[in-house]
Design a protein around this ligand. Sequence first.
Ligand SMILES: C[S@@+](CC[C@H](N)C(=O)[O-])C[C@H]1O[C@@H](n2cnc3c(N)ncnc32)[C@H](O)[C@@H]1O
Length: 442
Amino acid sequence: MSNLQKNNQFSTEDVQIESLSHEGRGVARINGKTVFVSGALPGESVAINYTRRKPKFDEAEVQEIKQPSPNRVEAACNHFGLCGGCSLQHVDSDYQIAHKQAVVLEQLSHIGNVQPQKIISPITGNIWAYRFKARLGVKYVAKKNKVLVGFRERKNPSFIADIDECLVLDSSIGKRIAELKLLIDSLSIRSKIPQLEVAIGESESVIILRHLENLSTEDIALLDAYSIDSGIVILLQGGNINSVTTLHGSKPNFLDYNLPIEDIRIQFSPMDFTQVNPEINQKMVEKVVEFLELHNRDTVLDLFCGLGNFTLPIARHSHFVTGVEGAQRQVDGAIKNAEVNGISNAEFKCIDLYSDNIDYAQLSGKYNKLLLDPPRSGAKEVISSLNMDKIQKLVYVSCNPATLARDAGILVKEKGYMFKMLGVIDMFPHTSHVESVAVFDK
Ligand SMILES: C[S@@+](CC[C@H](N)C(=O)[O-])C[C@H]1O[C@@H](n2cnc3c(N)ncnc32)[C@H](O)[C@@H]1O
């Protein structure tokens, strides 16, 4: 008997759900103590089972829904609940994005003490098979004598979820998870493959198999046969990111995606950072270009520019743009992408934007507009140190509401910007990830 059972902590209780936590759990209050209830929605009356008691809050899961929410829907995926890839499939998509908008506004007010003057309609798209980039865990489980391929389990993130398909991944891979499990199980080094990386371009789907021991000739033949049969390109990664090769030891080809409205084609290597949702990416790039209100006298600074996803469209509408990025391979890719697209009014620099030793003089003075698209940790270092006197308009694309809120606070309270607009972006439907775009004016 576990300690929870001994202490009668598995007791069942009826509760009323008051709200939804940031990561999608129902929140109830029992005698003043907060209980996070997995699978419950605001307004619902549910019977719960406690799963964990802590001094400040408890955790529980739904045992029975007594009064369902009108926003509740049947989860489409059989693995929902087990798989940690999605946490919101039980809520309709309008509610999901409204919830994400509420999360961003709450964080802006709570952390940054700021609010936008205007909230634009969410940027939305397909809610299934939208994901073109993913890292899946792989594990040979001796006890089950099988290989698992998937995201982490929701309740036990140290385990890989035993799934056979994934409805949010592009179907070229999402429908083939069961096949991939069998394929890896058939390899002599099945216990030495910790993960696979998925990257999908406009015309090819790629899997990069990370392996900790060498594959045998038979293994290569099996992978080759599967690759021919499925049309999936299989690459091998025996060491660091530069060690990736085709099954036959040659350099992998580039993938590409298009930004049709700008007539831009972005080439990328399967190991590069690209936005996970190409349909939403196209809409997001268009909105960012619109929000920057570009004209041919503008000189724009695009920080955290990656392969030029925003930089090159910005170049089409402005006098000049500088893209700055910390990874040299991405900078090299961006330079190549500018060439491929015949763009000569863009330059790219490799700078670690979190370093204490940046020569800010090279980034200050000549720019009148700024785009920021940082990783989750945000852009505090840059906005605190950059001379922004001449920057009249700033657009900030964020994948983390907490750091956006902190940085928005600095922009408004210390740098003299007005917080003009905010919009949430449905980049990751059914998950608790929140993407948003914020516009600031001097
Ligand atoms: C959210 S991505 C955005 C990329 C690009 N704007 C796009 O839309 O594809 C963030 C980018 O920041 C880059 N990055 C991460 N750490 C960095 C650092 N310390 N200095 C500069 N760039 C960094 C990553 O390599 C990545 O390309």
